[in-house]
Design a protein. Structure first.
Length: 271
């Protein structure tokens, strides 16, 4: 039986993601410009990132004023309820800036430090993914009703389709490209979608056999990591560790361990 609190958190996350997604989809100005940069001149923030985060945090503060919040664009409150929201109002900002469809709103709720609810909505794909810990992973889209997600049966590694992403700091990107160059001959192929949240959900949906990336923040992966795990994927970081900024890996069983081992051997977690 689902915890009533988790049901309430899921309902709120879905409403916030739906409203923020509609704002981003329908409110994107034709002359959208960069409002600020983060780690480098190509790691951008737009006015819409900021507006979407304000919408989400405002709704949460109205409904659950005692909860903590951690948001990519600066929202940070401690809270006293034991619940913390981890929010990426626009994952895939560069895609959004250029008018590419692979971007998403990602909202997770933690209880006592463990992620219990995750919602990722990708408005331009018409899809929303969600999971409650212990309740499986689900999605709505062009099909009727909700569809339960399950990651793909594991192929041999040389037949695995794997996605990754690249950091915005030049030195880190260069090393990541070297790692990818070594991996490509050992896999079916590599994809680069531009949104960690979407990639994790695509692992959950069986559209990818695996995904890895270095340099992610909690808001990039909190919701997607739960969704992937609830769909049967394994997730982690370096061997024996949880996903972190050093390395995040998600893959179907049978792909996860050999992929993680190669990434460790290739030093994917450092320059």
């Amino acid at each position: 039986m689902t915890d009533p609190l988790h049901t309430d958190l899921l309902d709120l996350a879905q409403e916030a993601a739906r409203r923020a997604g509609a704002l981003l989809r329908d409110g994107r100005p034709a002359d959208l410009a960069v409002a600020a940069t983060k780690s480098s001149p190509i790691d951008v923030v737009t006015e819409m990132d900021i507006a979407a985060e304000k919408l989400i945090t405002g709704l949460i503060a109205e409904r659950r004023p005692d909860d903590g919040i951690l948001g990519e664009e600066g929202a940070a409150t401690e809270g006293t309820s034991g619940v913390r929201w981890v929010i990426d109002p626009l994952d895939g900002t560069v895609n959004y800036l250029y008018g590419l469809p692979t971007w998403a709103v990602s909202i997770a709720a933690e209880q006592d430090g463990e992620t219990v609810v995750g919602v990722v909505t990708a408005p331009m794909r018409g899809e929303t993914f969600h999971a409650v810990r212990g309740g499986g992973a689900w999605a709505t889209g062009a099909w009727d009703g909700e569809r339960r997600l399950a990651c793909r049966p594991a192929p041999p590694l040389d037949q695995a389709l794997v996605s990754t992403g690249f950091n915005y700091v030049t030195g880190v990107r260069t090393h990541q490209a070297e790692v990818a160059q070594r991996l490509i001959p050992l896999l079916r192929d590599i994809r680069r979608g531009g949104s960690a949240a979407v990639d994790l959900c695509d692992v959950a949906a069986g559209r990818l056999d695996g995904y890895y990336e270095r340099g992610l923040h909690p808001w990039d992966l909190a919701a997607g990591d739960l969704i992937a795990r609830e769909a049967g994927a394994l997730t982690g970081g370096r061997p024996g560790e949880r996903p972190s900024g050093d390395l995040a890996v998600a893959a179907s069983r049978g792909v996860f361990e050999p992929l993680q081992r190669l990434l460790e051997d290739f030093g994917a977690w450092h320059d």
